[in-house]
Every structure is written in structure tokens, then in C-alpha cells.
Design a protein around this ligand. Structure first.
Ligand code: ATP
Length: 597
């Protein structure tokens, strides 16, 4: 108190007014109380913290990813009102040099890090923004979890997990469980990344692996592709010894809805590879962004260039200085595509064929990379792109053969012992809504009852009969597998009807196709007439404008001539008058002179 008095003494003895004095006293008093409160609270929190065991996990470390995935499934974590998404790549090799901080559990965490197949893993997770603390109940303990940024200037995130416990066993258990769940997810799912306009890969989808058996192609195709890709992945040394670039390209071409994309995703699942997709028709794709993107694909993954012909509606030139402007002398595209291509030349896209080839051949991009390209228009591809070395294996996809129709039916209505859960189900690609618990991976799958039809209770022999009836009713290579799938989906609970009514469906479908074709023709004819009418109107308008312009110019010319003529007359009149005056004056002067003499 004496100290306080001595503090305010100089002020009280000065000449300041009593109002100012009171305010100053209040400020000093408030500041002192706040300081005392902070000291007490920090003392209290240090006291409390001394009971906590805390482990820190840096973003560079594997356990950070494991724990983030585990946390994502915890309601308290998902209730966070602000989310960020993150991607991070980790490699087994990189990890072996890393150390997990948190003295108590360091040893054990090192134990759980096992070498995997050496393949980089890229994970994307939703996570609450930094510096928020969450309390999570885990196996009888309250965990305090906090995400923060490292203060060493690296900007790396850090996860701190604290628990009141006598030993670190609970933290060890947590890390092990998180690791197990993480690995489980990698095993069950294929990660899909799409290129974004900033030249980065964005995780957009995580699909359950699709069994290869769910793809129906003609005999031997899947087996050949699987054997070839497997052989490639095993042959790195073989390629190196012969100086052959270690890459392999597959071109899947043919009718839409015939299973090209499905087959690629199923192969990715089978080989446990992630899929990196670039849409070459995107307006932001250019030579340099493509090279950057392809250079950023981790080794042992699939690069998928979908509808590769679409890129060349803009450029078919192989010149290195090509700007992507369509060259009508070289292009094989139709007039409507040409129009589209011309309109696209105004965008920022400067993807050239040579740029694409360079990006594909680039050193970084070629390392242990499997390239899959799909197209519905093989004829539009430049031979330079589809030649062996770039596209080593070509697979043609046609409309469904009878063999495929039968196989599809069998897949669709499995007998009781063959029942399996369908696989093409995606996890959400956006931040989960606030306060909504993120669904567990299994929650995103439809229930077994909703997908397994009562028909599956039919015995295998009857189902085989029905499959035969179905395939007999379907004309060879007239409908795509996707169309047959659509028909079967409408009858997913009625295999008997699906088989027996297939001929009827074919008739209806043909009638509908004819009607659609007729409507399309009529629409095109209407559009053609409308275009013609508009063209005529434009021409007439232009002719009228020209005529008006000519009339105006003629009028202006006549006016100008009239004006010039008038001006000329005025000048002449004036000159005449002046001359007459001058003559008169001279005459008068002469007369005066004569009279004066
Ligand atoms: N051969 C097939 N086996 C099993 N399912 C198929 C097959 N072909 C198509 N489908 C089914 O049809 C749908 C479309 O198939 P998908 O996207 O793989 O065809 P696509 O050939 O890639 O088509 P597009 O060329 O239009 O991209 C998917 O739901 C898929 O399950």
C-alpha cells in the first residue's frame, strides 16, 4: 500500500484537478489487479499443467497424419466451427530420419513406424483451425488436443495431446490405434487427386476399391492389363539395365459408358496406387502448368488423362512455338468442333501437342509412372501421342457384347453366396457441415439391404438361366454397358422381369433412339434455318447500312459542292463589284483632272 501511495503521491501534490487524479488512481489500481490476476492464473495453469503428460506431433511426421485421421472421426473434433483442409505427402524413407517429439512416447512411436512399400502417401483431412483446444474422451481419459503452428519459422503445424495420467501408456495406445485405422483406410480405398488451376494436386475423392470382378469385358482383357501393369511395377531394374525409360502408357479408347474409367479405378485399387487426374480441356492447362503438375506426381501412381482428344480441339500443331491455335490444314476435327476450338483460342490456354509430349516425356514425370489415357475419338489423336513408348498398350472398348450382357446380369444379381457390397461410393469432397459428425467410411456406403435385391435369393442355376435369357435378348454391340446397367438398375429387385422384359426394353429403346434422332435432326434443321435467317437479316442490315452510308456521303458531297460553288460566285461577285468601283473611281479622277486643266 505504501508503494501504491508513493506511486500516486507525485500526482496528488501536483496542480492537476481532482477529476484527473481519480481517473489516474483507477487506471493504476486496475492495472495492478490485472497483473495480479494474470500472475495467479499463470501460476495456477503451470500447476495444473504439471499433472499433464504432453506429446507433440509435428506435421512432418507420420503419426501426425494418423492422429489427424483418428481425430477427424471424433465428435468433439468435428464439432469445431472452423475447418481447414490439408494435404500432406509422407514417404517411408523420409520418415526413417524423422523423430517424434514428446520424450515419454518417443521410443514406442519409433516402434510403430514400419517400412511400407516405399510409396508416398498423400492424405487430405479436414481439421479445425489452429490454436483451438478440444477435449476428447478416450478409454477412460480426457485428452486435451490442440493444433498450433510451430514457432521456429517453418510454419509447420503441430499437434499437442495432453492427458492426466501416471504413465504414457494411454498415449501409446492412441498412436497405435490411429496408425491401425490409417492403414486400414489406405488398404480399402483409392485416393483420387485432381489438378487445380494453381498447378497443384487437390485431393477430391476417396473411393472404395472396386473389385476387378465387377468390370465385365470380353475374356482375357482384364487379365492381360493386370498382368502387364504388375509386370511393369516389378521391372524397374530391367528397364534401367537396358536404358529404357521406366514408364508405361495405356490408351483406352472407344464408346462412352463402356467401362474405361471404371477399369482404371479398379486397376488402381488392385495395385494400391493413387490416381492423379488432369482434364486437358480445362482452360487453365498450358504447357508449363502441365509440366509442373506432372513433375509433382509421386512415384508409383497412376496419371489419368481423360478424354485426351479434347485437348486437341485447340491445338493440333507439333511446332514448339505453337500457341494452340487450331490449324485447319492439319486438324481432323469436324466443323462444329472447329468452331468451338476457335472460340477457345481466346482463353489463356496455350497447351500444344509438343508441350504435352514434353511434359509426358519429362524426366520427373516419367519415373515409375503409369499413364492411362482415355478417348472416345481415337481418330483425333496425333500418331506422335499414341505411338508405342507413349501409349504402349491400346485397348478398344465397344458397346456391350452378348458375353458382357450376361456377365453384367450375373454381377447384378449374384446368388446368395456371392453377395458383396458395391464399391463406387465417394466420400464427401467438401468440409462437413458444422456440428455434423463426419460420417465414418462405412456410413457412406448404402446398407446391404438397399443394394441386394430379393432376386439374390434365387439359386445360382436359375440366375444363370436368366442371365442367358437376358443376353439372348440384347443385340450384340448395340447398347453400351452403362445403358444395360441403367436398365438393370430399374429392375434391381426383379431379376425374372429384368430378363424376360429385356426384349421389350430393346424395342422401346430403339424407338426412343429413333425419336431422339428425329428430334435431334429437327432441332438441328430448325437451328440451321434460324442461323440462315439470322445470317440473311445480318446481311440485309449490313446492305441497308451501306446504302445509307453511301446516300449520306453523296448528300454531303453535293452540299459541299453547292457550298463551294456559292462561295466561288460570292468571290467573283465581290471581285466584279470591286473592279466596277475601282473603274468608276478612276473615271471620276480622270474627269476631275480633265476639268481642272
Ligand atoms: N465394362 C463394364 N463393366 C462394368 N460396369 C461398366 C462397364 N462399362 C460401364 N460400366 C458402368 O457404366 C458406368 C459408366 O462407366 P465408365 O465411366 O467407366 O465408362 P467410360 O467408358 O469411362 O465412359 P466415358 O467414355 O463416357 O467416360 C459406370 O457406372 C460403370 O459401372
Amino acid at each position: 500500500m505504501d508503494a501504491f501511495k508513493s506511486l500516486i503521491q507525485p500526482l496528488s501534490s501536483s496542480a492537476v484537478g481532482s477529476g484527473v487524479l481519480d481517473a489516474t488512481k483507477l487506471v493504476i489500481l486496475g492495472g495492478t489487479v490485472e497483473t495480479a490476476r494474470r500472475a495467479a492464473s499463470s501460476g495456477w495453469s503451470s500447476f495444473i499443467n504439471s499433472f499433464y503428460l504432453t506429446a507433440h506431433f509435428s506435421e512432418e511426421d507420420y503419426p501426425y497424419d494418423w492422429l489427424l485421421l483418428w481425430l477427424q472421426k471424433q465428435p468433439a473434433w468435428s464439432r469445431s466451427r472452423e475447418f481447414e483442409t490439408t494435404t500432406c505427402t509422407v514417404t517411408a524413407t523420409g520418415n526413417s530420419n524423422r523423430r517424434v517429439t514428446g520424450d515419454e512416447i518417443e521410443e514406442d512411436v519409433e516402434d510403430v513406424i514400419e517400412e511400407d512399400d516405399g510409396r508416398p502417401r498423400l492424405k487430405v483431412l479436414f481439421q479445425p483451425t489452429v490454436d483451438t483446444t478440444h477435449t476428447i474422451f478416450y478409454k477412460g481419459h480426457w485428452l486435451r488436443v490442440r493444433r498450433s503452428k510451430k514457432t521456429d519459422g517453418s510454419e509447420l503445424a503441430m499437434l499437442s495431446i495432453s492427458v492426466v495420467a501416471r504413465s504414457n501408456a494411454i498415449l501409446k495406445q492412441l498412436v497405435l490405434q490411429a496408425k491401425k485405422e490409417y492403414e486400414q483406410e489406405c488398404v480399402d480405398r483409392v485416393q483420387i487427386y485432381f489438378a487445380d488451376q494453381h498447378g497443384s494436386w487437390r485431393w477430391t475423392d476417396s473411393r472404395h476399391k472396386r473389385p476387378l470382378s465387377s468390370i465385365v469385358l470380353n475374356p482375357g482383357v482384364i487379365e492381360m492389363l493386370l498382368a502387364d501393369t504388375k509386370d511393369f511395377l516389378r521391372s524397374e531394374k530391367w528397364y534401367a539395365n537396358r536404358g529404357i525409360p521406366y514408364r508405361r502408357g495405356y490408351l483406352l479408347h472407344g464408346t462412352p459408358g463402356s467401362g474405361k474409367s471404371s477399369l482404371i479405378h479398379a486397376i488402381a485399387g488392385e495395385l494400391a496406387l493413387d490416381v492423379y487426374v488432369v482434364s486437358l480441356s480445362a482452360s487453365w492447362v498450358n504447357d508449363s502448368s502441365l509440366t509442373t503438375l506432372l513433375g509433382r506426381i509421386p512415384a508409383r501412381s497412376i496419371l489419368l488423362l481423360e478424354d485426351i482428344d479434347a485437348a486437341f480441339t485447340r491445338s493440333t500443331s507439333r511446332d514448339s512455338d505453337s500457341t494452340g491455335t487450331p490449324d485447319s490444314s492439319k486438324t481432323t476435327i469436324g466443323p462444329e468442333k472447329k468452331e468451338e476450338a476457335e472460340s477457345k483460342t481466346t482463353d489463356t490456354n496455350t497447351l500444344t501437342l509438343s508441350g504435352l509430349l514434353n511434359a509426358l516425356d519429362g524426366m520427373q514425370a516419367s519415373e515409375s509412372r503409369i499413364l492411362f489415357c482415355t478417348t472416345n475419338h481415337l481418330e483425333r489423336l496425333d500418331p506422335a501421342l499414341s505411338r508405342p513408348g507413349r501409349m504402349d498398350v491400346w485397348i478398344e472398348f465397344r458397346n456391350a457384347s452378348k458375353h458382357q450382357a450376361e456377365g453384367l446380369f450375373r454381377n447384378f444379381f449374384p446368388s446368395a453366396e456371392e453377395i458383396d457390397i458395391p464399391t463406387e461410393v465417394s466420400t464427401p469432397t467438401t468440409t462437413p457441415p458444422v456440428d455434423e459428425k463426419p460420417k465414418s467410411l462405412k456410413d457412406t456406403l448404402p446398407s446391404l439391404e438397399s443394394v441386394v435385391s430379393p432376386g439374390s435369393s434365387l439359386d445360382a442355376a436359375r440366375l444363370a438361366e436368366l442371365a442367358k435369357i437376358f443376353s439372348d435378348s440384347i443385340p450384340n454391340e448395340e447398347f453400351s454397358v452403362a445403358e444395360l446397367q441403367g436398365y438393370l438398375l430399374k429392375n434391381k429387385a426383379r431379376p425374372e422381369e429384368a430378363a424376360r422384359q429385356a426384349s421389350e426394353w430393346v424395342i422401346k429403346e430403339r424407338a426412343m433412339r429413333e425419336r431422339l434422332a428425329r428430334e435431334k435432326e429437327e432441332k438441328e434443321e430448325k437451328e440451321r434455318l434460324l442461323k440462315e435467317k439470322r445470317r440473311k437479316e445480318r446481311e440485309e442490315k449490313k446492305a441497308k447500312e451501306e446504302r445509307e452510308k453511301e446516300d449520306k456521303a453523296r448528300k454531303e458531297k453535293e452540299e459541299a459542292e453547292e457550298k463551294a460553288r456559292k462561295e466561288k460566285e460570292d468571290v467573283e461577285e465581290k471581285a466584279r463589284k470591286e473592279k466596277a468601283e475601282a473603274d468608276e473611281k478612276a473615271r471620276k479622277e480622270k474627269e476631275e483632272k480633265v476639268s481642272s486643266q
